[in-house]
Design a binder for this molecule. Structure first.
Ligand code: HAM
Length: 419
């Protein structure tokens, strides 16, 4: 039986990887320009890191983690997100001892055992950026500015930035109680999952996709009305700085995010072109996560962009596939050796060149060059070689010229560079 990839795990094929490279390169360029440095973290961590960091009563920890026991009996998990690992790495290497402020980014695959559908996979990729050690609301807006700038730079349009504040350890418990009271009153209208959530994690009810639940909570209390003075001030400043940065946003008082570590600022960038899985990016502030993981009081804020969703939104028409710059059609044993020498030289100089290894007829080699969309074909016959010449054909204009074999590599390189 043929072996297939696992459900929800995708191959990214060569004609798609050009887009991925473009997105990754643009992220590196933009983020580094904003003062961020790359960090690389392991794919597998101790399960406890995520259950403590993301929260026991979240969907991710309750039902979506790829958890297994290794041969020493340790419970390990394929990372479902990057933030907790980045915090762990920052603490483990005491990066704060040099300077508490750190701006870090990470690009890589994440794993969640979700029901696969369009825009939702079991292995997916994130571009993640985090600022540790700065509680000032200026940073919230600066980070969002970087995100929007990046999304625009890769060609995304028609996006909406939604923001909310989730309060802090002082004010959120009061909100939670009010919400619980409200939900208990209308519990008979809620689905089974939401009825259970009333006690485990009432805020999660806002993410329920069941229509009747959404109708039942239309008048639920809003977290924004329960913020303490400090949180209210922080949120006011974030909005002010977003304005200074020239960014438009929508307030979404029902956005609670799927991970428990958030405090204060929460944001998402959504696209109405995406259907039900419409969030391209999610993020927010998490001023207690460091305490959960390492008992130190350090603030943090960050976001993660879903690369599959982002790439599905990129405008068509931009050319990302790289075709051969040159195809060498060699005819005959003697010419083949010469062509082999040249192609190696061209490769060493970074010219994308192809050679037919099968010794096929000129017609069949030309057909292949055409299929591969080579820009130029160098035709080298025994007769021409004896005369010290070869024919260079421009496959776009269909024009061809005889060129001298002395300095042939220079001639080809110049043509390709100038083209
Ligand atoms: P998240 O909202 O769980 O946040 O994920 C961020 C983004 O990853 C989503 O907006 C979506 O584009 C993409 N994503 C999530 N799950 C899937 C999936 N199953 N298939 C495809 N794409 C998916 C976090 O992960 C937080 N760590 C973000 C963050 C960083 N907050 C602070 N710092």
């Amino acid at each position: 039986m043929e072996i297939k990839a696992i459900r929800g795990f995708n191959d990214i094929l060569p004609d798609e990887t050009g887009k991925w490279q473009f997105v990754e390169n643009t992220a590196r360029e933009v983020f580094e320009g904003f003062g961020f440095s790359e960090i690389r973290i392991p794919i597998v961590e101790r399960t406890e890191l995520f259950s403590r960091g993301i929260g026991e009563a979240t969907d991710i920890v309750e039902k979506e983690m790829y958890t297994f026991t290794d041969k020493s009996g340790n419970s390990l998990t394929l990372r479902p997100e990057a933030t907790a690992s980045m915090v762990r790495a920052y603490l483990e290497h005491q990066m704060y001892s040099f300077d508490p402020a750190a701006k870090l980014y990470f690009i890589g695959p994440m794993f969640r055992y979700e029901r696969p559908q369009k825009g939702r996979y079991r292995q997916f990729h994130q571009i993640d950026a985090e600022v540790f050690g700065v509680g000032n609301p200026m940073v919230d807006a600066e980070l969002i500015l970087m995100l929007i700038h990046f999304l625009k730079k890769v060609g995304l349009e028609q996006l909406e930035l939604q923001i909310n504040s989730l309060g802090c350890r002082d004010c959120r418990p009061r909100y939670r109680e009010e919400l619980k009271k409200f939900l208990t009153k209308i519990s008979f209208r809620l689905c089974e999952d939401c009825q259970r959530r009333i006690n485990t994690n009432p805020l999660r009810i806002f993410d329920c996709k069941v229509k009747t639940c959404q109708e039942a909570i239309a008048d639920a209390p809003k977290v924004i009305d329960y913020l303490c003075e400090d949180c209210r001030r922080h949120f006011g400043k974030v909005k002010e700085y977003l304005g200074i940065a020239g960014l438009l946003f929508t307030l979404n008082p029902r956005m609670v995010r799927g991970l428990d570590y958030y405090t204060r600022t929460a944001f998402e960038v959504v696209s109405y072109q995406l259907g039900s899985q419409n969030a391209v990016t999610g993020g927010g502030r998490y001023d207690n996560l460091f305490q959960e993981i390492g008992s130190v009081d350090i603030p943090g804020i960050g976001f993660a962009i879903g690369m599959e969703r982002l790439i599905s939104l990129m405008p068509e028409g931009k050319e990302f596939i790289r075709y051969p710059q040159l195809f060498i059609a060699a005819l005959g044993e003697g010419t083949f050796k010469e062509a082999y020498r040249w192609i190696n030289q061209l490769h060493l100089q970074g010219i994308r060149a192809e050679l037919d290894y099968e010794g096929k007829s000129l017609k069949s080699q030309m057909r292949r060059a055409d299929k591969l969309k080579a820009r130029y074909v160098l035709i080298l016959g025994e007769e021409e070689l004896k005369r010290g010449r070869a024919v260079l054909r421009n496959m776009n204009t269909k024009s061809q010229e005889e060129i001298l074999i002395d300095n042939i590599l220079e001639i080809i390189k110049n043509k390709i560079v100038l083209d």
